[in-house]
Design a binder for this molecule. Structure first.
Ligand SMILES: *Cc1c(COP(=O)(O)O)cnc(C)c1O
Length: 367
């Protein structure tokens, strides 16, 4: 079986041992070291480590001091954490449809979804390619919106040479299967020193100094043990990204021209870090997306569907007064959710694995 993801953290052993031997195992110097290295990679002044990508999103919304009824506009085609974080932060949420080339929020749809209560724009840089920030940033500025980038899948991605997480408040996930990992963890990036300071206080029970509480905070702290896992990950990020890019290129070359198979595009001005290599099985394909997925699995090619439904289309979100959403307002996301399928693109793939993936798909599609 060629797996869809491989976790490769064995090289963290000396760093983890260093932490274990030091006795400082919760938030300490290793977190600081990780944050400084992350800030450099993300091209920002400040990086604040937290315990997940989800809490990175919650904290980023919370420091914006929204009022009850204030709205966040985000993508309907994302991991559920994006929506859960907005609700956890107490904000209301509205969805703007996506484009079918970058799978990210469509600036025209954002303009149409704006309401007087809209205060935050939260694009999701899906699969490792950034949303169209060139058009989204001026739109946000014109309407006085704060920008929180869900960069969970996009560490190292750029648009016009500027990295994900350097446009607004950047929220990254360090979960086990993300491009770099600390097992569980997250990071918030910003160039705003005052926001970074508030985020540091918020993640630690709202505490500035011992028993000096400034706000009702959380325990969102990252630990030195987790940070230690991430240090070598950050060091090898350029190699991780290059390997993913090389694999994606080889897949696109091998899979070109098959009927019913739409390949992922890298849009002008953007670099793609290929968290996922996601194809679309369209109506022109000889078999359904579900049959295609089952046949690949049967033949030993791991695959995944990210995501099978629009994020709000579950019973647990229906009738939630904080959610304004209708499937008919997001036709592109609805269609794309029926068509997408992600293939292995991780750095541990060999040339022969890539050949196997290509041959298997050509065979399954009868080409
Ligand atoms: C992984 C992910 C998150 C959440 O990150 P966790 O570290 O799992 O909490 C949020 N948004 C997107 C798009 C993700 O892929």
């Amino acid at each position: 079986m060629i797996p869809i993801t491989v976790v490769d953290v064995a090289d963290a052993e000396p760093y983890v041992l260093e932490v274990l031997r030091s006795g400082v195992i919760a938030q300490g110097p290793m977190v600081k070291r990780f944050e400084d290295a992350f800030a450099e990679v993300a091209g920002v002044e400040h990086a604040v480590g937290v315990n997940s990508g989800t809490t990175a999103l919650v904290a980023s919304i919370e420091v914006l001091d929204l009022q009850p009824g204030d709205e966040v506009i985000t993508s309907p085609f994302t991991f559920v954490a994006t929506l859960n974080a907005i609700l956890e932060a107490g904000a209301s949420v509205r969805f703007a449809d996506i484009r079918d080339d970058d799978f990210a929020i469509d600036p025209d749809a954002v303009a149409a979804a704006l309401s007087p209560r809209t205060k935050v724009l939260m694009p999701v840089h899906l699969y490792g390619q950034m949303a169209d920030m060139t058009r989204l940033m001026p739109l946000a500025a014109e309407h006085g919106l704060a920008v929180v980038e869900d960069s969970a899948q996009a560490v190292g991605a750029t648009l016009d040479g500027k990295p994900a997480g350097s446009y607004g408040l950047g929220c990254f996930s360090l979960y086990a299967t993300k491009n770099i990992t600390t097992a569980e963890g997250g990071v918030i990036t910003t160039n705003d020193a005052a926001l970074a300071d508030r985020l540091r206080v918020l993640r630690n029970q709202g505490m500035r100094a011992r028993y000096q509480y400034e706000m009702a905070g959380h325990n969102y702290r990252l630990t030195d043990l987790h940070a230690a896992v991430g240090i070598p990950q950050l060091e090898k990020l350029p190699r991780i990204t290059e390997a993913r890019q090389r694999n994606a290129e080889a897949l696109s070359k091998g899979l070109a021209g098959l009927p019913g198979l739409e390949l992922p595009a890298v849009l002008p001005g953007r670099t793609h870090v290929w968290h996922q290599y996601t194809v679309r099985i369209t109506e022109d394909a000889p078999i359904s997306r579900e049959e295609f997925s089952a046949k690949l699995t049967e033949k030993g090619v791991g695959n995944g569907i990210y995501y099978p439904k629009v994020v709000f289309d579950y019973d647990c979100y229906r009738d939630n007064p904080k959610i304004t959403a209708a499937l008919e307002d997001v036709p592109v996301a609805t269609r794309v959710a029926r068509e997408v399928l992600s293939l292995p693109v991780h750095p541990k793939l060999t040339d022969s694995d890539v050949d196997t993936i290509v041959e298997t798909i050509r065979e399954v599609l009868g080409a």
